[in-house]
Design a protein around this ligand. Structure first.
Ligand code: SD4
Length: 289
């Protein structure tokens, strides 16, 4: 019996996975599933690291990064985008309606408006208060919060195992204005290859960027590693070179058979998997015990 369709996402994202499954039921496309899943935390004011309600940068701007990739190797992304509730859908429009992969900042915004997206204020009262609190000290040291961050990375496999992936975030709270993380970078936060499988990332994006984690994981699987082994090796590349005790990175991977794996630097990383009509949250293993 088929294990497909299947959706796996970073953190506790049951609602996102379910929205992804519902969308998959309608269209049969894994790409629609990952987009629909990302739109859930994007619109959720209580999710403080994605879209609406996301914590702003140190100047009070909510700036968004997102990317999407399909089973044919098409990809789209937006970085440093302001004022648009659903960056994942803008990323998809970049993929489908332009000859480019990545649009940034004001240009991404203008493209979104031209595509019919509405300009909205994404800074909630709660996020503004948190920023004002932070400003009192202005400790310019955007530390990843190991206990509570929920950037969404998603991988979905359609009925025939065709794979798509997506990621959406407001990035690190109180980051420098203009800072772009791993989340919009194809190969860093997300990579899919329909011959092999896919991977996605969450955590302190700088280290995912420096090691091109998701691309690395897919290549390791191509060379015979299981999703679990590949995630562990990608974490070890970081642990060997950097001061890993100070930050968190979590990876998810899935192969074409529907085997999946997860690994993180620190304890506390979890992920949500939907398969055979069941959605559950699983605690990831980690390097630090
Ligand atoms: C970033 N990777 O902007 C994102 C942050 C993140 O959960 O994953 N937060 O670096």
């Amino acid at each position: 019996e088929s294990v497909f369709p299947m959706i796996i996402s970073t953190w506790k994202n049951e609602k996102a996975n379910e929205a992804g499954l519902a969308s998959f039921k309608k269209s049969g496309r894994a790409l629609d599933a990952v987009e629909a899943a990302a739109r859930i935390p994007e619109a959720d004011p209580n999710d403080t690291s994605v879209g609406y309600g996301g914590f702003p940068d140190r100047d009070g701007h909510v700036t968004l990064d997102a990317c999407i990739m399909d089973e044919k190797g098409n990809a789209g992304s937006v970085t440093f985008l302001e004022g648009i509730m659903h960056p994942i859908s803008v990323a998809r429009a970049v993929m489908e309606k332009t000859p480019h992969v990545m649009l940034s900042g004001e240009g991404a915004f203008q493209f979104a408006i031209a595509q019919g997206f509405k300009k909205e204020n994404l800074l909630t009262e709660k996020a503004k208060k948190a920023w004002e609190e932070w400003k009192k000290e202005s400790k310019y040291e955007p530390k990843i919060n190991i206990e509570r961050h929920d950037t969404i990375g998603i991988l979905a496999l359609g009925t025939k195992g065709e794979i798509s992936g997506a990621c959406s975030t407001s990035g690190l709270a109180f980051k420098m204005h203009g800072r772009v993380g791993d989340s919009p970078v194809i190969g860093a936060a997300v990579f899919c290859d329909d011959e092999v499988g896919g991977a996605c990332a969450t955590g302190l994006g700088e280290f995912v960027l420096k090691t091109l984690g998701s691309f690395l994981i897919v290549e390791l699987m191509r060379n015979g590693k299981t999703p679990q082994q590949a995630c562990e090796e990608a974490i070890m590349r970081i642990v060997k070179r950097y001061k890993y005790k100070e930050f968190q990175i979590g990876y998810l991977a899935i192969n074409k058979k529907g085997e999946y794996g997860a690994y993180a630097i620190q304890k506390g990383f979890n992920y949500t998997i939907s398969q055979n009509g069941l959605t559950k949250v699983i605690e990831s293993d980690s390097y630090m015990k």
